[in-house]
Design a protein around this ligand. Structure first.
Ligand SMILES: Nc1nc2c(ncn2[C@@H]2O[C@H](COP(=O)(O)OP(=O)(O)OP(=O)(O)O)[C@@H](O)[C@H]2O)c(=O)[nH]1
Ligand SMILES: [Mg+2]
Length: 320
């Protein structure tokens, strides 16, 4: 039997894709326990099979309904699918939204489908860090497609979307989501833009608005494809699945490359957090002195930033 005192807890179960082992491992990782760290250390050599799809959009745009349909569609195409749903946190309940779980339950029983909700708050090392780690666990467990659903409400969620190889942004008529989406910068990150709820009369206008908005991008990257979907009826889902598959197409080498990209982003995120934490935590005389010198015009801003990074690095204790 598995238990948390195993040298590497749940590893065998994870690699065999056992749902109970995966669920327990994720809990350890989520809570950043010693067992969670041991698991993370042990799984890196087993990564590289999964491709990651990000699904984001305004609250109520229909993300969970859409993801549910995609699970069915990819399931029919013979793919194993894992879903990480990052719930919007509500000031009232503060917890996971039960409805998502119920809607997805019908797939949850299937062996090749694994669904996990994460609360958007309460992660010792930050939400983004947890999501990357949970994705790694699911990759080690052998899932071919990992879908990460997040609400595109702010910078934290946009950060989370970085975990994905391909990003789908879901918009729907009548939510004022065009403005919200622009605010959060999520239109900028879309590889595929989905106009959901095309059964509603205002869908045509929403599509037109969105096509216009994404036709010119600040960073000069190609405009995303725009697809029409009605998640509640399943209309447009096969075409969306085709578009996703064509973006994710590739051999083992391509998968290895996307793993390296994912790891690089993960490491960069963690490194930036570490620098920020170290510089913020200490009442650093050295940093104060640098800032004072900047205020006197003796050094450039860029010099101070570079020095600050060095300062944070020097605080690394040598490995024992
Ligand atoms: N008319 C119509 N309603 C839809 C469609 N897709 C989803 N909905 C409805 O929109 C509401 C929100 O759907 P969800 O799938 O929960 O949306 P979500 O984006 O996951 O919402 P949050 O997770 O709370 O941000 C539900 O009442 C759905 O039934 C659609 O294609 N047409
Ligand atoms: Mg949802």
């Amino acid at each position: 039997m598995m238990n948390a005192s195993d040298p590497i807890p749940f590893l065998k179960g994870i690699l065999e894709g056992e749902h109970r082992a995966i669920a327990r491992a994720i809990s350890q990782v989520e809570n950043d326990t010693a067992a969670g760290c041991a698991i993370m250390r042990s799984i890196y050599p087993h990564l590289g099979r999964a491709r990651v799809l990000g699904v984001t959009g305004a609250p109520g745009a229909g993300k969970s309904t859409l993801v549910s349909e995609l699970i069915g569609e990819f399931g029919r195409r013979g793919r194993s699918v894992a879903v990480v749903a990052v719930d919007p946190s509500s000031p009232f309940s503060g917890g996971a939204i039960l409805g998502d779980r119920i809607r997805m339950e019908r797939h949850a029983l299937a062996k090749r489908v694994f669904i996990r909700s994460l609360a958007s708050r309460g992660h010792p090392g930050g939400l983004t860090r947890t999501v990357y780690r949970v994705v790694d666990v699911l990759d080690a467990a052998g899932f071919e497609l990992i879908i990460v659903e997040t609400v595109g409400a702010g910078q934290a969620e946009v950060d989370v979307a970085d975990v994905a190889d391909v990003r789908v942004v879901v918009c729907a008529p009548g939510l004022g989501d065009d403005v919200q989406a622009l605010k959060a910068g999520i239109l900028e990150i879309a590889d595929i833009l989905v106009v959901n709820k095309c059964d509603l009369p205002l869908a045509d206008k929403t599509e037109l608005d969105l096509r216009f908005m994404v036709s010119v991008r600040k960073d000069g990257s190609p405009a995303p494809r725009v697809l029409r979907v009605t998640a509640t009826s399943g209309a447009g889902i096969p075409e969306l699945a085709d578009a996703i598959e064509s973006d994710l197409r590739g051999d083992g080498r391509r998968r290895q490359q996307s793993l390296l990209v994912r790891m690089r982003r993960q490491v960069a995120h963690e490194a930036a957090n570490t620098v920020r934490r170290r510089l913020g935590a200490t009442s650093s005389e050295a940093l104060d002195a640098l800032c004072a010198a900047l205020a006197r015009g003796e050094v450039t801003y860029e010099d101070v930033v570079a020095a600050a990074i060095r300062l944070a690095s020097n605080e690394v204790a040598p490995p024992s």
